[in-house]
Ligand binder design. Sequence first.
Ligand code: HEM
Length: 251
Amino acid sequence: MTSLKLKLLSVVAKAFAGAIGVARAVSCRAKDAVDHVWQKPAPTDRRSPCPMVNALANHGYLPRDGKGVSLARLITAFKDAINLAPAATLLVGFKSLQASTTRNPLTFNLDDLSKHGVIEHDGSLSRNDIHLGDNHSFAPEVWAAVAAHFADDDVISIETAARARKARLAAAPKMNPAFSITDEQLGFSSIETSLYLLVFGHGTEGDARTEWVRTLFEKERLPFDEGFKRPDKPLKVVDVLDLQKKVEEAA
Ligand code: HEM
């Protein structure tokens, strides 16, 4: 990503953050906070191919029905749940509206994110490719092959995460004759790995707690019960990009 793009992203993110601040001043903070107990989604609730977005909906940081999410709501949810800085949320999130089916160009439903080629791509760590039928549900056999790289280690290093991703990207075309992935999608894929390392690891050094990462993927739940705490300091876009570079270089 160029520095100009990064600056633009920061400006947009700050504008959103400002709007959220105003909204918060007039709304009741206690009401917003409701309660963030994890709940299994109802069959009619919309969910996405992203384990983190789904976890935020399952905890009520995003609408539990998965409908009508604005970028401002997305930013607030990520800030409240895991202290992700607005620009870092928009790094992937800015494309969400391109998949919108809500008839309101400013909102999207979580299942809109399954639209192939917007953010969703082939070679996911825990989902099958669209050509195989279902590109959004957790696929235990896909994930098992990825998670085998974590072995019994307590933490996932940058090298291990990079190896797991590389192996999955090498295995996917063997299962899917129609496999394809663009450079932009490869970028999303490495950002996705860097995001889980950042949220559950030590800054930009990796070493994400394996149990926490597995809880996110396998249960679509934030691992509070396993000891995870919302980071005190915001997780910044520069840290995501730093880790992304390390993931790409390690592979
Ligand atoms: C810290 C924040 C986030 C984390 C830790 C995270 C984590 C992940 C991970 C690990 C994947 C890969 C799943 C897989 O390959 O099986 C993924 C996929 C995805 N994420 Fe997120 N995500 C975050 C934020 C976002 C945001 C803000 C959006 C947009 C609203 C988003 C949308 C997606 C989509 C559409 C995919 C599917 C890509 C694919 O595998 O085809 N994510 N996310």
